[in-house]
Design a binder for this molecule. Structure first.
Ligand SMILES: NC(=O)c1ccc[n+]([C@@H]2O[C@H](COP(=O)([O-])OP(=O)(O)OC[C@H]3O[C@@H](n4cnc5c(N)ncnc54)[C@H](OP(=O)(O)O)[C@@H]3O)[C@@H](O)[C@H]2O)c1
Length: 340
């Protein structure tokens, strides 16, 4: 079967960065689109996702997935519409989300798809953010590892971001007091006004340590850590007995080789009978729909708010990851594609 579409535009990994990938590590190319084989479908990507984790996906250092090969399409989540199908489970017009890559069109046998997007009353873009990996991560990491209880103080780093903003609001729904840690006054305000945090502190301020202590008069019961580094060092000083520390991200560590060193936390955890546990959303893949069923009604009734920051066109892809690490994004960073 020939597809109605003949050519594709793709962002390829050109060279391997040692730290945070920059524009020069990618190139945009136009390529021919092959004909669909039996069992395949063609997806027109509408939105591409930009994740901090993509830094790890292109890095040769040990990670939880194989590194993207040089010269291949940048691995990424994307959401789009099926425009042709030779697959029995997918029909033209279906909305899908999955590991479809930084490209205008993706041909897949279905194995790279995460799900059909059934929330047709909501924007398709949400399947990459609050109703995608970010929301699912926030939900399971907080509820299963953080185990928030009413009255707990929950502190969240990268609190204004896609994961952090959802964590704060889910903790609030669970009856907790929420404290945001974020970079800069605009994001602090967003955390207070939009995401309902009870307090917000700026980790870039010279008074950060004192501001944090002031914001946590009852100590910290749950620390949802998206950064590691000095932000975490400051929070760990305030943990309460039986605190739970969720290790979800390490945004402040620019390189994992050589092995970074820092404070020794063991004695501190021991004294407080505290638990620190890593979280990987892939461990919860089989429960993905369970999280969406919880999150979608909260989005619809306004109790789970979100922000999106949409870059226009695939040309914005090469610099998009670096921008996350410059802290530019106000909300979930996405790329909207424009098809000729
Ligand atoms: N474990 C998992 O399965 C899993 C799944 C999804 C996401 N994550 C992690 O969750 C975290 C948030 O992801 P997201 O998609 O929601 O991204 P995001 O928070 O929307 O964007 C990243 C944010 O990180 C902050 N940041 C960047 N460099 C920093 C630094 N040096 N120090 C402190 N903060 C820095 C910036 O916010 P500020 O301006 O506030 O600094 C930036 O806006 C990431 O660490 C990501 O890797 C983990």
């Amino acid at each position: 079967m020939t597809t109605p579409i003949r050519s594709n535009v793709q962002a390829l990994l050109k060279s391997r960065p040692s730290g945070i990938p920059q524009s020069e590590h990618f190139e945009i190319v136009t390529s021919a689109l092959p004909a669909l084989e039996a069992g395949q479908l063609l997806v027109r990507n509408e939105f591409l996702s930009v994740e901090p984790a993509m830094r790890g996906w292109v890095n040769a250092a040990a990670n939880y997935s194989d590194p993207v090969a040089i010269g291949s399409v940048m691995r990424s989540f994307a959401a789009g519409v099926v425009v042709a199908s030779r697959h029995p489970a997918y029909a033209e017009g279906d909305q899908v989300m999955g590991m479809l890559g930084w490209q205008h069109y993706a041909i897949t046998d279905g194995s790279t798809l995460r799900r059909k997007v059934l929330e047709r009353d909501l924007s398709l873009s949400l399947s990459l953010g609050v109703l995608g990996i970010n929301g699912v991560t926030a939900f399971f990491a907080l509820t299963e590892i953080g185990q928030p209880r009413p009255g707990d103080t929950v502190v969240v780093s990268t609190a204004a971001g896609a994961v952090g903003s959802a964590v704060g609001q889910i903790a609030k729904i669970a009856g907790c007091r929420t404290v945001a840690i974020t970079g800069g006054a605009a994001k602090q305000q967003l955390c207070l006004d939009e995401f309902g945090y009870d307090a917000a502190v700026d980790y870039k301020s010279p008074t950060f340590a004192a501001d944090l202590a002031h914001a946590c008069p009852q100590g910290v019961d749950v620390y949802y850590d998206n950064t590691s580094g000095e932000i975490s060092d400051a929070v760990l000083r305030h943990i309460n007995k039986h605190a739970r520390i969720v290790i979800c991200g390490t945004a402040s560590v620019s390189n994992w080789e050589p092995w970074p060193s820092g404070p020794r936390v063991e004695r501190h955890l021991l004294n407080k009978s505290a638990r620190m546990q890593g979280f990987l959303v892939w461990d919860y893949e089989h429960r993905y729909e369970e999280a969406i069923r919880k999150l979608a009604p909260w989005v619809r009734d306004g109790s789970l708010r979100y922000r999106e920051e949409i870059l226009e066109g695939i040309a914005s892809a090469p610099d998009a990851i670096a921008g996350l690490y410059r802290g530019e994004n106000l909300g979930k960073r996405l790329i909207r594609l424009h098809h000729d």
